[in-house]
Design a binder for this molecule. Structure first.
Ligand SMILES: NC(=O)c1ccc[n+]([C@@H]2O[C@H](COP(=O)([O-])OP(=O)(O)OC[C@H]3O[C@@H](n4cnc5c(N)ncnc54)[C@H](O)[C@@H]3O)[C@@H](O)[C@H]2O)c1
Length: 368
């Protein structure tokens, strides 16, 4: 198959659809890989790196789309890319289509076979192509929290781990899923005193086993949340109720009782946030202050570590991309049935029920 990797054109998007190691595997399996010139530069992968593993560099996105049978991207196509897509082409990327009515119509009109990373779901409900970005965001949340606790960045001027004879910082993590675990690993590693709250008992048990007494687990209820939050130096919001807006668990009153110079990082801000005082910020202006408490609420945290994020993304997407390239969509579904949950558009119709409902468009599931 001919596989195309265009340069991402969304503002502040420096990731790329495949790393050079990913391209190498496609080439090894006999596929032709076309990479748009400078597509990898945002994460320091040069055209020469791609050429060295067998890719062909293409100067214009137009030519790349024209020749490719499958496009592998990071973000949804933007209006400048709509005309470039070819009828019947396979598109493998993050789509978030429910929020993109215009794109949904274009994909249907062009009968694009659109597979969205974010809806590919395992039987246990996990989302293997979303997980790597949650891992990145979880680790980053502690890292940025430590940064903003510094006096010169507006915080109270403490080290997460303290030093010998001096208190450690208190870190409270609400939600012990993928983001929460990664945030906790970083905080424990830096020597902080860590509390994780979750409502899922078996998850709390898993966390106890995982951290072997290095973190305090607590059931998430208003009492425990309030007691933990008001004593904490760094509060990380990491809650998810799949398919829903995040529940606002942390009230303004709780935030007002935190000591001045404390830091709040609401990772769940992309789902509306679980902290009442949070509103989305951006990498160009990431923080604001309320009652002396610094808030960091960036909805695309992985964007500032595009190199790590791109490698993590390719690791997750590669097995699926290789199967699609080897067999084409129909046969690929026999080999890897969970790919079916990724089909958002097929043969001119929305093939993912929740997307069709949200867009008020006709739903026609993919039928073998
Ligand atoms: N800002 C970013 O850049 C970014 C990047 C990746 C993920 N996210 C967001 O981070 C959030 C967490 O993602 P995840 O992958 O860790 O999800 P996850 O499903 O792995 O974990 C969510 C956890 O929240 C827990 N939870 C649900 N209700 C709760 C409650 N009332 N109190 C405490 N815990 C509760 C669940 O039991 C689960 O353990 C999501 O909103 C996701 O969209 C943001």
């Amino acid at each position: 198959m001919i596989v195309g990797i265009p340069k991402e054109i969304k503002i502040s998007e420096s990731r790329v659809g495949l790393t050079e190691s990913g391209v190498r595997q496609f080439v090894a399996q006999g596929h032709e890989v076309l990479v748009e010139t400078k597509a990898g530069l945002g994460c320091f992968i040069t055209d020469e790196d791609y050429i060295a593993v067998g890719a062909k560099i293409v100067d214009l996105a137009k030519d790349l789309y024209l020749k490719s049978e499958m496009i592998i991207k990071v973000k949804e196509p933007l209006p400048q890319e709509y005309d470039l897509m070819q009828e019947g082409q396979l598109l493998f990327t993050y789509l978030h289509l429910a929020a993109e009515p215009q794109l949904a119509k274009v994909l249907c009109d062009k009968k694009i076979q659109a597979i969205a990373y974010e809806t590919i779901q395992e039987k246990d409900g996990s989302l293997p192509l979303l997980t790597p970005m949650s891992e990145v965001a979880g680790r980053m949340s502690t890292q940025v929290g430590a940064f903003y606790l510094q006096k010169d960045h507006g915080g109270k001027g403490i080290l997460l781990g303290g030093v010998t004879g001096v208190k450690k910082a208190k870190v409270t993590i609400v939600g012990g899923g993928v983001v929460g675990v990664q945030a906790a690993k970083m905080a424990v590693g830096l020597g902080a005193e860590v509390v994780i709250l979750d409502i899922n008992h078996s998850r709390l048990g898993f966390l106890d086993d995982l951290f072997q007494g290095r973190v305090q687990t607590l059931f998430s209820n208003a009492q425990n949340l309030e007691e933990s939050v008001i004593k904490t130096d760094l509060l990380i919001g990491a809650v998810l109720v799949a398919g829903h807006k995040a529940p606002q668990l942390i009230t303004k009153e709780m935030i007002n009782k935190m000591s001045k110079g404390s830091v709040v990082v609401d990772v769940a801000v992309d789902q509306g946030g679980c902290i009442a005082t949070c509103k989305p910020t951006s990498h160009t202006s990431p923080t604001y202050e309320i009652n002396g408490v610094l808030h960091y609420c960036v909805p695309n945290i992985p964007g500032v570590v595009p190199r790590t994020s791109t490698y993590a993304l390719t690791n997750a997407t590669l097995p699926y991309g290789l199967i699609l390239a080897k067999y084409g969509l129909k046969k690929a579904l026999e080999k890897q049935p969970i790919l079916k949950s990724g089909i958002n558009v097929y043969n001119g119709y929305i093939a993912y029920q929740a997307v069709a409902q949200d867009l008020n468009m006709e739903y026609r599931p993919y039928l073998n």
